[in-house]
Design a protein around this ligand. Structure first.
Ligand code: ZN
Length: 134
């Protein structure tokens, strides 16, 4: 059983801040900023395409509650939400990072080297695939 499933089952400890039928939220043990929370759907899946829609809705509603609380507690300038899926998902169990952001806090994306295309052809290819998969 993975660490997050163990937290859900109360076999491992965590600093739980919120729980519902579908999700559990607790403090990240290596926070980017104080108040960094992980929101974890209560199903052991590594990718959001495998998670029931009702759970994903609960994830984003929980993120909204967390963002509100962080703003009120810390006077944040904003927030970031991140989720790494598939083989990039630690523990193989999807989790959504929600953490406070501040002006010039030093956090940012690191882009891989190489050319990337942002074109009408890319948009058309993706639009067609999304329509097919509807
Ligand atoms: Zn799990």
């Amino acid at each position: 059983m993975c660490e997050f499933c163990r937290i859900i089952d109360r076999e491992a400890s965590a600093r739980i801040v919120y729980e519902s039928e579908n999700v559990i939220a607790f403090l990240d043990i290596e926070p980017i900023h104080e108040g960094h929370v992980l929101i974890v759907p209560k199903v052991h899946e590594a990718s959001i395409d495998k998670i029931p829609e009702v759970m994903l809705l609960d994830v984003i509603q929980t993120a909204q509650k967390v963002v509100n609380a962080l703003r009120e507690l810390y006077g944040t300038d904003g927030y970031s939400i991140m989720q790494n899926g598939g083989r990039f998902c630690d523990f193989g169990h999807a989790h959504f990072h929600v953490f406070p952001r501040y002006e010039n806090d030093g956090f940012g994306f690191i882009y891989p080297e190489g050319e990337k295309e942002c074109s009408d052809a890319v948009a058309e290819k993706l639009r067609k695939k999304l329509m097919e998969n509807k």
